[in-house]
Design a protein around this ligand. Structure first.
Ligand code: G3I
Length: 351
């Protein structure tokens, strides 16, 4: 068969095409997969290895093994490396919000811990990591700022701008992002646009917005997704479509006639496709990817990067969410690390 041209080359004039790198890939040093990733992608994001619980499992105890490997891999292949994520309410070490005696920390102590965390990571990878997800998921749907442990301990949302100011001070050349899910949601959009205007007025350094693209076959409405690309870009933000994958469940379950629980979490048969997705579902997946990439291409002047949330179906978090034991098919490469029809269709848009 003719050699494939990687997506990174096909989309070279449009935007970066990236993937998340899982801990398995780093820990197992999977050479086949690493070669595939290097050929297809020119940007990588740390799926888990740079989150605070992994990098600093206990206060003052750092574990750099996987994070260092991740950065080294990106450097070897001249990739734009994305650090994910400096400030997030999830995957935080157990002792992060408490003193050793179990007493909750106060605002001053949180500022100290946040500063140490940001300084330590950004110092270590200065000049190597060009793009940082500085703050992740700090907004709660229609309600404004998320009332997370960060928010509560700080007594407000000023930790967000502090994080951006400090990150900029640590590396003035780094591209700093606010990353979140459901960014197409009009309530979230309106709230964030106001925040961005306020930040601009007060000189808070933020350069881009990451729209996590955890989409399904039938959601979200892409016109809302597009409205958000336009709205954030109009505030001077570069657009990053991060964490892209297409969940085929529960649509594909319904298709088999499986008995599905009311909350759509369980089907009576979690893994109905012994030989992979049936052809018509495969086609829907392909169409959805094509639709997404057409939208990305339409806004290529605003978009810096598209990042898939995983390199192949076998390692997608969608096999474990909202419950474990699922078999999902959300990515461009299958469990045998072979390109799917969706891959070829996305590639063909550029031939
Ligand atoms: O490392 C442990 C392993 O030792 C243990 O045996 C195993 C048993 O469950 O768990 C492993 O940790 C898991 C970790 O992924 C690494 O595989 C955690 O349980 C699991 O919760 C964790 O899930 C990650 C999730 O964030 C956590 O919230 C997913 O891989 C990761 O894809 C996902 O990514 C997030 C983004 O960072 C932010 N946006 C949403 C997105 C999806 O949730």
């Amino acid at each position: 068969a003719a050699e494939r041209t990687g997506l990174k080359n096909l989309y070279g004039d449009d935007f970066l095409v990236g993937t998340a790198i899982s801990n398995q890939t780093l820990a197992n040093d999977d050479q086949y997969l690493k070669t595939l990733i290097a050929k297809e992608f020119n940007s990588i994001t740390a799926e888990n290895c740079m989150k605070s619980a992994l990098v600093q499992p206990r206060q003052g105890e750092w574990d750099w093994e996987l994070a260092d490997r991740f950065v080294e891999f990106g450097q070897q292949h001249n990739m734009d490396i994305v650090g994910h994520a400096l400030v997030w309410h999830s995957q935080v070490p157990e002792d992060f919000f408490v003193y050793p005696n179990g007493r909750p920390i106060d605002r001053q102590e949180l500022i100290k811990r946040m500063d140490t965390h940001i300084r330590t990571l950004m110092e270590r990878y200065k000049g190597k990591i060009k793009i940082w997800d500085v703050v992740n998921e700090a907004i709660d749907e229609d309600k404004g700022w998320r009332e997370s442990a960060w928010f509560k301990t700080m007594g407000g949302a000023d930790y967000v701008e502090r994080a951006f100011r400090l990150a900029h001070e640590m590396d003035p050349d780094a591209h700093l992002i606010y990353n979140d899910y459901n960014m197409h949601n009009p309530g979230k959009r309106e709230f964030l646009v106001n925040v961005l205007r306020d930040y601009k007025k007060r000189g808070v350094p933020i350069h881009g917005v990451g729209l996590q693209s955890h989409v399904g076959l039938d959601y979200p409405d892409l016109s809302e997704f597009e409205a958000s690309i336009e709205a954030y870009a109009a505030e001077g933000m570069r657009i990053h479509c991060t964490e892209l994958e297409v969940d085929v469940l529960p649509v594909a379950w319904e298709h088999t006639g499986a008995n599905i629980s009311d909350n759509f979490e369980y089907a009576d048969e979690l893994n109905p496709y012994v030989d992979g997705l049936p052809a018509d579902m495969q086609e829907r997946l392909t169409e959805r990817y094509v639709e997404m990439f057409k939208l990305f291409l339409k806004h290529r002047d605003k978009i810096d990067r598209i990042t898939l949330w995983g390199s192949h179906d076998g390692e997608s978090w969608k096999n474990n969410f909202p419950v474990g034991g699922r078999t999902n098919y959300p990515l461009l490469f299958d469990r045998d690390k072979q390109p799917k029809p969706a891959y070829f269709a996305v590639a063909d848009l550029k031939r």
